[in-house]
Design a binder for this molecule. Sequence first.
Ligand code: GLN
Length: 283
Amino acid sequence: MSEKKLSCEALLKEAAELIGGDSPRLDADLLLGLVTGWSRTAFRAWPEREVTVAQAARFRDLVERRCEGHPVAHLLGEQEFWSLPLTVNPSTLIPRPDTECLVEAALALKLPVDASVLDLGTGTGAIALALASERPGWRVCASDAVTEAVTLATDNARRLGLPVTVRRSDWFTNLPAGTFDLIISNPPYIAGNDAHLGEGDVRFEPASALVAGDDGLDDIRKITAEAPAWLSPGGWLILEHGYEQGEAVRRLFTGAGLTSVETRQDYGRRDRFTLGRKHHAER
Ligand code: GLN
């Protein structure tokens, strides 16, 4: 192997060509960053910088796994969400940027300074941790039915020093008595026969975090039916859903007696989440 081959630039170019897809150069930068500890800026500023033979071998191994389809987040063991570096693993969904839209919407609600908040099916803890990082006064609880996810979210909370309580619960089945000012969730919402389950990162994520029955609405139906009993008067429910599910989800919200029901869009301007409110108790 010639010396030149071991420059960052040569390695990155070779890798990007092999990786292909949407963001080959970014993927390559992130993987070489993992191996060398150097930043993306450093690769641009100093393209001729050389890596060791061992680093090059480790990098090419990672590139090979990326070519097999493994998500970059799994190879890095980390994904950023709301600027928080979250540890990720194959036990749960990799946080998506569009889910930050739900966090923004939650922060814009006029909730009490000591609001009680529940993130159902928290996975890595992404939504709960983002909310806790922005609202130190909120009492944030996160739940997940999958034991590995509970461990992951708990570890993320500890490492980031954020006060989120994580519990193992299959939706509402194992929660402490009480009510919440906000229930928020990114549940599974993909139909079992959706062709997109055979493409890209989702192939490496668990069905438990993605698939919800024949129409993708099984879990949203369950959550929506039970949420009112767990909401304080005036409390809000915010659920992420598929871009073609807005109308169906609004109908479920309204059917459960929620008011101010509204579907909002993600960064790609596609319907992505619906919010609604439990009516205030009559006095
Ligand atoms: N938005 C994700 C995707 O389309 C799915 C997330 C989910 O099912 N909660 O890949």
